[in-house]
Design a protein around this ligand. Structure first.
Ligand code: C2E
Ligand code: CA
Ligand code: CA
Length: 242
């Protein structure tokens, strides 16, 4: 597993503090002959054949190992979020796997965050999310605004943080009406006591709009692309020396 699959980390920033506040773990497949293959090209396939479970477990373990490494090397770790494929929501295995990882790496649970993608109304998702929440995990709702029932899911599932989808942000920023909707989403998240993070932020203009409406947490190429662990570790370490 570990020879071909790798964890990349993409920093999340606070616009106001201009500081790293976390990172998302993203899988990369280094194919021996085909070179680097990106997740969009293989995740849907391995979700069909079940192999995604093994890949996810590996990335979750890598994220925990990274947090542990920070602690051992005197760098204050930031929360790392991992992607949880919908396949895991079908059985109970993932809760045990996550709890075991937290124990065996002896890291605080709050440092491992779980990203779950919204889709249409889904009892399975809500139930499993409730269980994970009861276990004390932090839940991030991935790709908010990309589906059709975002608000239903907010009602039914106890998410802690909402990640605004890249396309959703792009569309909303095209018009004044869109910006108004975005602003209301920020207000709604404040009222509901939900964290908010904008994904796929690529331009200075987007950063300014987001800052203007009070969305401070961002992730995107404007700040940094996903990078190998070593690079992210160096970045985090340098930030703490300042
Ligand atoms: P996602 O969870 O929505 O992850 C964000 C994707 O947006 C990542 O693509 C990231 O590299 C990309 N991105 C970040 N900032 C920008 C930006 O400013 N502009 C643009 N154009 N893209 C940006 P990536 O790494 O190719 O992953 C694609 C998708 O594959 C992820 O979307 C996620 O759904 C899935 N995925 C990635 N890693 C894993 C994993 O370990 N397990 C599972 N189950 N799924 C994964
Ligand atoms: Ca994600
Ligand atoms: Ca996303």
């Amino acid at each position: 597993m570990d020879r071909q699959f790798m964890m990349y980390l993409q920093p999340k920033y606070s616009i106001m503090q201009n500081k790293i506040i976390g990172a998302e773990a993203l899988v990369r497949w280094r194919h021996p002959t085909r070179g680097m293959i990106y997740p969009d090209q293989f995740i849907p396939i391995i979700e069909e054949n079940g192999f995604v479970q093994k890949v996810d477990y590996y990335i979750w373990a890598e994220a925990c190992r990274f947090i542990r490494r920070c602690q051992e090397e005197g760098v204050t770790p930031c929360p790392i979020s991992v992607n949880v494929s919908r396949v895991h929501l079908r059985d109970n295995e993932c809760i045990g796997v996550l709890s075991d990882l937290i124990k065996s790496y002896t890291i605080p649970k709050r440092l491992l965050e779980l990203e779950i993608t919204e889709t249409a109304d889904d009892q399975q998702l809500s139930q499993k999310a409730m269980q994970l929440k009861d276990e004390g995990f932090t839940l991030l709702m991935d790709d908010f605004g990309s589906g059709y029932s975002s608000l239903n899911i907010l009602l039914e599932t106890p998410f802690d943080v909402v990640k605004l989808d890249k396309k959703f942000i792009e569309n909303m920023m095209l018009s004044d009406k869109g910006k108004l909707i975005l602003e209301q989403v920020v207000l709604m998240s404040e009222k509901l006591d939900l964290g908010l993070l904008a994904e796929g932020v690529e331009t200075r203009e987007q950063v300014e709009v987001l800052q203007g409406i009070g969305c401070d947490h961002v992730q995107g190429y404007y700040y940094a692309k996903p990078m190998p662990e070593e690079e992210f570790f160096a970045l985090l370490k340098a930030q703490q020396k300042k």
